[in-house]
Design a binder for this molecule. Structure first.
Ligand code: ADP
Length: 525
């Protein structure tokens, strides 16, 4: 498929094959740790990750955080890692150290051939990020849409991107052994690789892992978009890429990947049931033996309360005065009355139905007459944006609303809040509740997906309680959980214990990386 490399590149490969062998360590302790972890998860591997967004280059949600952090953690553990992602608007300006690679994509896309360049950055000695430079597709203000309207050529954009991934998997000099793709944007890669290895001969093709970050987004397109894949029709049927006559990119990935993972154990169970299965539960039940739930980790180099450039004051679970200082600073920044004694609740979110915004608005209506403050950072549906703005107008001394996307402010809110609200209808993993735990903003969550897997309620374990959970999807149930939170706010010793339990939780990637390595090796026929 396409030209692997230009003739110039063949003469002088610009992407140097990196040795996948581990760096020797002189410390006997470190060597022993490495030996033990190799015994558990095997020797170093060569892994190509693919994601349509990667922190710190592009991000609309948790997918970007997960792929950026997993790539780093795998590289730190001694593996050779590449990450493939589109080169979106503004990235080159923000990362001027990026270099053009001597490599040309020239790939069929339906009846046409499409060219693109490859750029790269070495993030760590064992970690290269590859960017697909195709300005006609990716140099736009949004990643997938603008003003809530999807780009009309998304099928073309991401089928081309998927072809670039398969092409790199095949021709990169360091020969990836594992290709780990994420979400629908790369969902066709397993079928593309399978087809190339069957039809064109590929020696030993890589194992393919697909991670589903959110089953609600499937990449559905008219049947005609399938022509852009240049695959024969034997991948387009109800057990493959076809979904009631349409092309379904995520379903194709589910059908043809060797291993499927999703981002929490509970969500892995939920998506095989009808209420959460988004019409793919039957397909997922059939492939259940290959489906593993692996909780996302947190990049604690970024999300920490000490020496964090986004925070005005550092603090730890033992020295919480800095947390209070952050609260006062945020109240001042957002124009709320500066008061140490008032409980501060917060939410940082995409404003979509998934996130339980309707019940959050209802619960706030019920609770705002009480003495509390609430801060929202979010963007999304016009209706929800207007509703929160209305609340801020009606309760100017209690509610502050910041519409838009603001990474630095999100850290300041987590650091300032006493409680964090996350009443999602469904939540594959959720990162913000884990950030809240680390920042001592005690989370109040609905019992679903990763929220259930990461937060402990006093009903489950009074000594380890670090948050509040409720089950009913209703404003009343959320308001009740908020009242419980207000009750512990009145008992400083209890609040301190919740905070300390929360802040001592460890969701680091070092803990989870072994689970991915085991998944890559999963061998089920
Ligand atoms: P999802 O991926 O469904 O949006 P997650 O909780 O897994 O939800 O991840 C959301 C990520 O996006 C978190 O890192 C969160 O802080 C960030 N985020 C969401 N909205 C905003 C915003 N308006 N400003 C800054 N960060 C945001």
């Amino acid at each position: 498929m396409g030209k692997p490399v230009t003739s110039k590149a063949r003469r002088q490969p610009a992407i140097k094959a990196k040795s996948a062998t581990k760096t020797p360590t002189r410390s006997p302790v470190k060597r022993r740790v490495r030996e033990l972890s190799e015994a558990a998860v095997g020797p170093p591997q060569r892994i190509l990750l693919a994601s349509s967004e990667v922190h710190p280059f592009s991000k609309t949600g948790g997918l970007a955080d997960m792929v950026g952090a997993l790539g780093k953690a795998l590289a730190h553990a001694g593996h050779r890692v590449g990450i493939v992602t589109p080169l979106y608007q503004g990235i080159r300006e923000r990362f001027p150290q990026m270099q053009r690679v001597d490599w040309v994509f020239d790939l069929p896309l339906g009846a046409n051939r499409v060219q693109a360049e490859l750029w790269s950055i070495e993030l760590l000695p064992q970690l290269t990020v590859y960017f697909i430079y195709k300005p006609e597709y990716f140099d736009r203000p949004g990643l997938y849409n603008e003003h809530g309207v999807d780009y009309p050529d998304n099928a073309e954009r991401f089928i081309f991107y998927s072809k670039c991934i398969a092409h790199l998997a095949r021709y990169l000099p360091w020969k990836p052994e594992v290709v780990h793709v994420n979400d629908w944007q790369a969902g066709l890669v397993p079928a593309l690789i399978r087809h190339q290895s069957l039809a064109e001969g590929w020696g030993t093709p890589p194992r393919i892992c697909l991670t589903i970050h959110n089953l609600a987004y499937q990449g559905l397109f008219p049947r005609s978009a399938y022509n852009l894949t240049n695959l024969p029709l034997n991948y387009f049927h109800p057990e493959g890429a076809e979904f009631y006559g349409l092309l379904n990119c995520l379903k194709a990935g589910i059908a043809y990947a060797d291993v499927l993972t999703t981002v929490s154990p509970r969500y892995a169970r939920e998506i095989t049931t009808e209420p959460f299965g988004c019409a793919l539960d039957g397909m997922l039940r059939k492939r259940q033996s290959r489906l593993i739930g692996i909780l996302n980790g947190v990049d604690y180099e970024e999300w920490n309360t000490e020496g964090n450039p986004n925070l005005k004051h550092s603090y730890t679970s033992r020295r919480l005065t800095g947390k209070l200082a952050n609260k006062l600073a945020l109240q001042q920044e957002l124009g709320l009355p500066v008061r140490a004694d008032v409980p501060l609740f917060g939410t940082i979110t995409r404003l979509t139905d998934q996130k339980g915004i309707d019940i959050e608005l209802g619960a706030l209506e019920e609770m705002l007459p009480t003495d509390l403050q609430f801060v929202l950072l979010g963007s999304g549906s016009d209706e929800y944006e207007r509703a929160f703005q209305g609340l801020a107008r009606r309760f100017p001394h209690k509610v502050a609303v910041q519409l838009g996307y603001n990474e630095a402010l999100s850290h300041r809110i987590e650091a300032a809040c006493d409680f964090y609200l996350m009443p999602s209808k469904f939540e594959p993993c959720g990162l913000n509740q884990m950030y809240s735990l680390r920042y001592g903003a005690v989370p109040i969550v609905r019992i679903t997906g990763g929220l259930d897997d990461t937060v402990t309620d006093a009903n489950e374990d009074p000594a380890a309680a670090n948050g509040f959970k409720f089950l009913d999807y209703s404003a009343r149930a959320l308001a009740k959980a908020m009242r419980k939170a207000l009750a512990i706010y009145e008992v400083p010793a209890l609040l301190r214990r919740y905070r300390q339990n929360a802040m001592s939780c460890d969701f680091s990637w070092q803990r989870t990386v072994g689970e991915y390595l085991r998944a890559y090796r999963l061998d089920i026929k």
